[in-house]
Design a binder for this molecule. Structure first.
Ligand SMILES: *Cc1c(COP(=O)(O)O)cnc(C)c1O
Length: 473
């Protein structure tokens, strides 16, 4: 047939929709999605005929293509991925994985009505803050606490609440960009606080702050440089000293701590990070952290500090605009409750569990995965294990290389880039790293059961790329 006859033989959308298979699909799936898919499938066939690509554009194959389009269109865009990168708090992949207990709390709070702002004792309106306030006070030692949407909101609220139309003094070395274009100087501008930079990029002394204090000073700000370190000839003013200076001049001191550590990480050979407790002990008026970084909970901003300062933030109009939603609040309460027993927290909170995973255990898992890949992929890959480094990620512990053992996979019939892409575009999505022309799988960030899925995906790719011995699952 020539192109013109082929084009004329293409079905009309309405005709194709009468086919029993597509009619049934349109009952089951949203009709508009099926209609669009059929239209697109016909259009694709038309384009391929014009390009001279497809001699047979029969109804059967167009209907098949339409059905596949419907399935793709109905798949969630926000879906699970397997994180084989070894970056634990991977911001692009959703930061912290929630503990079971936190997940249950989300299901319960979301699947029914709840005590969100209801006081069961009195039958009156309550505050959503009460569910976590006491827990945070107990865990941090602070007088008062407030939780908001995220830590960026906590920074904005604190600057607006304590320093609007006043000056906030901050070290030049701490005017950081956190990533995702969140820059401390930009947030300051939005808050209405006037930024006064002191010191040099590598060194700031207490006297630099002291000389900048005027009657217009509203706040002394310390920002934890979470995603970089100035090493070598560098100096920051410790929080205690800043607090003493603030007291002397009656200016509140705020530390944006970023990561939110509640347990001592040194127990697992990690570098010391300031904890919420240590900053409260040092006397900060306000400290803010993220809920989904090293704390291992949901997205949230946690503010702790002195009753006077936190009280002012609670009353600020912005507090309503940046309030935490009920699902995050439920997950946060459950996560914080686990911290009442630090050993329980490390066992139950995936972020902590991954950080604390002993090197020999990771090595054992890597060995098992490597053997399983070799045994199921029909010789499609050269596989070995080697020592490498995992990362905390999320702008936390920037210099800490966490010793790990990875599985390195070199495909024989395709490039490492192709294999990385096939794993990424497969079902489920598997995100890996490429290093020295090999696809690298770090078992540290794999969740229970995901090892099998990674092995299965690799054997399936092997089976469909010329290695018939591979055991397709
Ligand atoms: C991550 C981070 C923020 C932003 O916190 P989000 O919870 O992502 O909004 C602010 N300040 C510091 C120091 C951080 O590390």
């Amino acid at each position: 047939m020539d192109k013109q006859s082929l084009l004329r033989s293409l079905p009309k959308t309405d005709e194709l929709l009468k086919r029993p298979d597509l009619a049934a699909l349109a009952e089951e799936r949203p009709r508009r999605v099926v209609v669009d898919a059929v239209r697109e499938a016909i259009e694709e066939a038309r384009e391929r005929i014009i390009a001279g690509e497809e001699p047979h554009a029969d109804d059967e194959s167009i209907a098949g293509s339409a059905a596949a389009r419907v399935e793709r269109a109905m798949n969630a865009s926000l879906h699970r991925v397997i994180n084989a990168t070894g970056v634990i708090i991977h911001t692009n992949l959703g930061r912290s994985v929630l503990a079971e207990e936190a997940l249950h709390a989300v299901v319960e709070a979301g699947g029914g009505y709840s005590t969100l702002e209801y006081d069961v004792e009195t039958g009156q309106r309550g505050s959503r803050q009460v569910h976590v306030e006491g827990l945070i006070r107990e865990l941090s030692g602070a007088e008062d606490a407030l939780v908001v949407n995220n830590n960026a909101a906590a920074v904005l609220l604190t600057l607006a609440g304590l320093s609007a139309r006043k000056e906030a003094i901050v070290s030049r070395g701490q005017l950081v960009e956190i990533g995702g274009s969140f820059r401390i100087p930009d947030v300051m501008r939005q808050s209405g606080a006037k930024m006064v930079e002191v010191g040099a990029t590598n060194k700031t002394h207490l006297s630099d702050y002291e000389q900048a204090i005027t009657p217009k000073t509203g706040l002394l700000l310390k920002v934890h440089s979470s995603n970089f370190r100035v090493v070598g000839f560098a100096e920051e003013v410790p929080l205690e000293k800043l607090v003493a200076l603030g007291r002397k001049h009656e200016v509140p001191v705020y530390e944006d701590q970023g990561s939110g550590v509640l347990v001592d990480l040194r127990a697992w050979g990690l570098p010391e990070e300031p904890t919420l407790q240590s900053s409260i002990e040092a006397g900060a008026d306000v400290v803010s952290v993220s809920g989904d970084k090293l704390l291992g909970g949901p997205q949230a901003g946690i503010l702790v500090g002195r009753a006077e300062a936190i009280g002012r933030l609670k009353k600020h109009p912005l507090a309503r605009a940046v309030r935490i939603d009920k699902l995050s609040l439920a997950a946060l309460e459950a996560t914080l409750r686990l911290y009442l027993d630090p050993a329980l927290a490390v066992r139950s909170i995936p972020t902590l569990r991954m950080l604390a995973l002993p090197p020999d255990e990771v090595a054992g898992r890597a060995q098992t995965i490597a053997e399983r890949i070799e045994g199921t992929s029909g010789g499609a890959y050269r596989v070995c294990t080697c020592e490498d480094a995992s990362r905390a990620g999320g702008g936390a512990l920037p210099l800490a290389d966490i010793p790990t053992t990875v599985v390195a996979v070199s495909p024989l019939a395709m490039s490492a880039n192709d294999l990385e892409e096939r794993l990424r575009l497969g079902e489920p999505t598997i995100v890996t790293r490429i290093s020295e022309d090999r696809v690298v799988i770090d078992p540290r960030t794999l969740l229970p059961g995901e090892e099998e899925e990674v092995v299965g995906a690799l054997s399936e790719i092997a089976a469909t790329s010329g290695f018939p011995e591979a055991l397709a699952p």
